[in-house]
Ligand binder design. Structure first.
Ligand SMILES: Nc1ncnc2c1ncn2[C@@H]1O[C@H](COP(=O)(O)OP(=O)(O)OP(=O)(O)O)[C@@H](O)[C@H]1O
Ligand SMILES: [Mg+2]
Length: 360
């Protein structure tokens, strides 16, 4: 296997927001790696910090937000000099982000295509504009490339579609357009924030296939953000489970799906709808996430965790490496060599075994 090329390296990222009810520590010490051509997923309940983390990678921050510490190193091959370059995105100013990184090297596809498309501008103009802005392409060149892109994302009648406005297209088509725009400047990283939740199930599957297909063709690195572990199982190489602004478990897709260790990950997997049986009694994790305006003690999940040890309530657990793996890490005191051995719930074990047999 060729050596893996690291493209993003996030270390100890801390982000807070000033609000009327105090400072919200939304991102608390996130570490994340992304390699060339690979796909990582970030999963977790609403409010766990998935979007804030990925927006930080794009250099997008709400006015009341600050990056308090940490780094987001981005590494790429300079097309002009051939050199390998690394920049810490946290240290770049808005102008540099806009000109060099955002939309150019790192592009993002959001959940609702309507919010990323301009309703008053034709599709054609919207695809051509970033190429003209970032690459100084002529109108003719941008037009020709737009047609290619539309074909790449599976849109027929491309010339006609270029003249359409967003409202003249279906939801699935609009999302394809958004993907075409995201790809127009040949980014290295594509961030997909719930790219299919606004679409119906058959279209969802098509869009996921499309992204995978393009990823292979272009050797793109992809970050998927989703609530839907079914999607994760289909597309990701690595999974990062987020809770209350921290990554509490990380590993390969098989490690997370067949050997999950953090009780929160058990909860998420138990809450995943079973597509085969359509079991109506869906499990929900009891309780609610903590208020991040109040300092978190110990493992933030401990108050909702029936397996929590005393120490989980008091002392923040480090990232323990799962013995025998270099990729699987878990932030829970249950992983301490002296901790009592606790197995995942029996029903979940059965379910995962069944999934493993049936293939993903
Ligand atoms: N501008 C802001 N001001 C105050 N708090 C914010 C702001 N933006 C985000 N937050 C808080 O940061 C935390 C993380 O939010 P984020 O949007 O990243 O969650 P998420 O994991 O993407 O959730 P969802 O699955 O619902 O999209 C939440 O507690 C949220 O309330
Ligand atoms: Mg979000």
């Amino acid at each position: 296997m060729a050596e893996r090329e690291r493209i993003l390296k996030i270390r100890n990222l801390n982000i807070s927001f000033k609000t009327d009810s105090g400072t919200v520590n939304a991102i608390r010490g996130v570490n994340l790696d992304l390699y060339r051509g690979e796909t990582i997923a970030i999963v977790g309940e609403s409010g766990s910090g998935k979007s804030v983390t990925t927006k930080a990678i794009m250099g997008i921050m709400a006015n009341n937000g600050t990056i308090d510490s940490g780094s987001i190193e981005y590494t790429w091959h300079d097309e002009n000099t051939g050199e390998v370059r690394t920049e810490d995105i946290v240290k770049l100013n808005e102008k540099q982000m806009q000109k060099e990184i955002r939309g150019r090297k790192i592009a993002m596809v959001f959940q609702d295509p309507m919010t990323s498309l301009n309703p008053t501008m034709t599709i054609g103009k919207q695809i051509m504009e970033p190429m003209i802005y970032h690459y100084g392409k002529s109108k003719e060149e941008a037009y020709a490339k737009s047609l290619e892109l539309l074909e790449l994302v599976g849109i027929t009648d491309a010339e006609k579609r270029m003249k359409n406005y967003p409202h003249q297209l279906s939801g699935g088509m609009r999302q394809r357009i958004v993907i075409a725009i995201a790809l127009s400047c040949d980014p290295y990283v594509l961030i997909c924030d719930e790219p299919t939740t606004a679409l119906d199930v058959t279209i969802q599957a098509k869009i996921l296939e499309l992204i995978q297909d393009i990823q292979k063709k272009k050797n793109l690195s992809v970050i998927y953000i989703t609530h839907d572990l079914g999607v994760v199982a289909k597309v990701a190489d690595y999974v990062n489970v987020m809770y209350a602004g921290k990554i509490i478990e990380t590993g390969t897709i098989d490690e997370i799906f067949y050997d999950p260790r953090h009780p929160y990950t058990w909860g998420l997997l138990s809450a995943m709808p079973d597509l085969d049986t359509n079991d109506p009694e869906l499990y929900t994790i009891p309780g609610t996430p903590p208020n991040l305006a109040v300092p978190v003690k110990g493992d933030a999940f401990a108050p909702r965790n029936q397996y929590a040890l005393n120490i989980d309530l008091r002392v923040e657990p480090p990232m323990f490496e799962v013995p025998g793996s270099t990729t699987h890490k878990v932030a829970s005191w249950l992983m301490h060599p002296n901790a009592p051995k606790i197995e995942m719930p029996h029903a979940l074990k059965k379910r995962l075994e069944k999934m493993e047999k049936g293939g993903k």
